[in-house]
Design a protein around this ligand. Structure first.
Ligand code: AMP
Length: 550
């Protein structure tokens, strides 16, 4: 497939908004693709380059891209930035700039979809001192051969921000439709393989190939997530339930095969280098080949330390030995997904737990299985008394469903009025804060779309503002006066006193007294609060206000 054909397909997708129409367009493209093209098309159309399990990064920041665009279009970089700010869209700006250029040049080498992919892999593999220059040359070469329309999508793919509205669920349905397989089967394969490109190839071979999927060590799968709920409802629905402490630390997935082990964060980044102590602890806890799921906490004087100190260790790049001595990290293992070649995610939780107890000798999270409300409440009280966040209730008969926030894991913790929200913009600070961002625009999500909800300007220490500035400064995609817009990557936990109905922000709600609580850079943008969640909270708040007034 030519990259031009792919670009035309993106153009058609971008012009429509109906999900069914999108599924239809994509499903018609898939059967004609070769085995090499299929995975690339599937990832690209979702705006991704690598498999989801891969922690590989392309390493092309906006600055490098703007440099390359400038030199290909024969204009200064400032002009590129100015155009992006004006159009508010990198893709459109590149398209316009290349359009001017292509009126002057006559020669284009046709870009091929798979060739573009291999060039991007080549770019990602560049490391070391000269890598920035090599990357720049490679991006220039690609853009130099791109027609304006191709430039539009190439630029957006390079920033991993395609913005044509195609989400994973549409691609899943399109694969099912194209190859006549059940979409639940496609979803299940995705849960085990964590790469929709690979899943599409299996779907092409048929339902048998698609059902026979196995987890591969060192290809992390997404973490299973939890919903809010109540002990009483869970007992009513399931009878016996399993209760564990809810540790307030950082999620990990530990992969071990023979003497080789890696540790992945909740966002599936490889954090092995930062946490040699945890690796060593888990290595010593089992002789088997395993994939374990757990939460690591930091302990000082026998008490869990604030979650922030754990996160800091996960992010650490230097002086790791020093950091190790300062606080003790303790892993708590609560699930097993793979054991000696066998994929366990479809096994009921009770069965997985039995296997886990059979092969892991230390760091197991204690568990109580009971149908007695009083017994479970006792565990909840003990959890809080020991400084943990609350408890997790799990359904013993449930499979492990990677990436899903289902009803089989329920979190019980004291009601706190905080929301996890995406940071989508900011305003420069004033006075002594003039060199950093001072107030932030945060958003919730509505079916994958980001919806502004509030501004947050209080609750930050000077240190936190500096830290946040460092994390955000290279993700600015547009500027206007004192305002900047970010590529949405970072999550804040935001506290508030009350939810109010308000037309000020698109979400239709506003937060009263919003304040920054903490950075949640262990969380992905897809994990932020949904508009339905906010409506539910608002409903609860209104109910309790009524009770109070009565
Ligand atoms: P939340 O981040 O509030 O949605 O809560 C879910 C998170 O709690 C998980 O992603 C884990 O990081 C964490 N957690 C702590 N203890 C447990 C446990 N025993 N089982 C599952 N998750 C846990």
């Amino acid at each position: 497939m030519l990259f031009m054909e792919f670009s035309r397909c993106c153009e058609r997708l971008e012009a429509i908004s109906g999900r069914l129409d999108m599924i239809d367009i994509i499903s018609k493209e898939l059967p004609g693709l070769t085995d090499d093209e299929l995975p690339v098309f599937v990832r690209f159309v979702m705006g991704r380059i690598f498999s989801d399990w891969s922690s590989r990064k392309l390493g092309i920041g906006p600055n490098l891209l703007y440099d390359a665009v400038g030199s290909v279009a024969g204009v200064p970089k400032e002009q590129v930035v100015e155009k992006i700010n004006r159009t508010g869209d990198v893709g459109q700006a590149v398209e316009e700039l290349l359009a001017v250029k292509s009126q002057m040049t006559f020669f284009h080498e046709d870009l091929d979809l798979v060739h573009v992919y291999s060039s991007l892999i080549g770019i990602a593999e560049q490391e070391g001192k000269k890598s920035q220059r090599e990357k720049l040359l490679a991006v220039r070469r690609l853009l130099g051969n791109a027609h304006p329309l191709e430039g539009r999508y190439l630029a957006r793919i390079m920033l991993e921000e395609l913005r044509i509205g195609v989400g994973e669920s549409s691609v899943r349905e399109a694969i099912a439709k194209a190859f006549g397989v059940d979409s639940a089967l496609v979803e299940h394969a995705m849960q085990a393989l964590n790469d929709m490109g690979e899943v599409a190839k299996l779907a092409k071979r048929g339902p048998d190939a698609l059902s026979d999927v196995h987890i591969t060590p060192f290809h992390p799968v997404r973490m299973m997530l939890a919903q809010q709920g109540s002990i009483a409802d869970m007992i009513k629905e399931h009878g016996e339930i399993a209760a564990e402490y809810k540790y307030d630390g950082s999620r990990f997935q530990f992969h071990k095969k023979g003497n080789w082990a890696r540790l992945y964060s909740r966002r599936l980044e490889d954090v092995t280098a930062a946490l040699p102590d945890v690796i060593q602890q888990l290595m010593s806890a089992t002789e088997h080949d395993v994939i374990l799921d757990g939460e690591v906490i930091a302990i000082k004087d026998g008490k869990p330390m604030p979650f922030q100190s754990v996160l800091r260790r996960f992010r650490r790049r230097h002086d790791i030995a020093e950091a190790q001595e300062a606080i003790e990290m303790v892993p708590n293992v609560f699930d097993i997904l793979y054991l000696d070649g066998e994929t366990l995610i479809d096994l009921p939780f009770a069965g997985r737990r039995k296997k886990l107890e059979g092969v892991v000798t230390m760091y197991l999270a204690p568990q109580l299985v009971s149908s007695e409300q009083a017994a479970i409440e006792k565990i909840y009280d003990a959890a809080l008394a020991a400084g943990h966040e609350g408890i997790m209730i799990k359904v013993p008969s449930s499979p492990y469903t990677p990436g899903q926030r289902g009803k089989n894991w329920i979190k019980i913790k004291p009601e706190v009025d905080t929301l996890d929200l995406a940071v989508i913009g900011a305003e420069w600070g004033e006075g002594k804060r003039a060199h950093v961002f001072g107030s932030f625009l945060v958003a919730c999500q509505d079916q994958g779309k980001l919806v502004p909800l509030s501004r947050v300007a209080t609750g930050f220490s000077e240190e936190q503002l500096a830290e946040v500035y460092e994390m955000l400064k290279d993700t600015v995609i547009a500027k206007s006066g004192k305002e900047v817009t970010f590529e949405p990557l970072l999550v804040f936990e935001v506290g508030y006193a009350e939810l109010q109905v308000s037309p000020t922000y698109e979400a239709g709600f506003a937060l009263r007294f919003p304040r920054f609580i903490r950075l949640r850079d262990d969380k992905d943008i897809t994990d932020i609060e949904t508009i339905e969640g906010i409506r539910t909270r608002y409903g609860r708040q209104a109910n309790s206000a009524q009770t109070y007034q009565n």
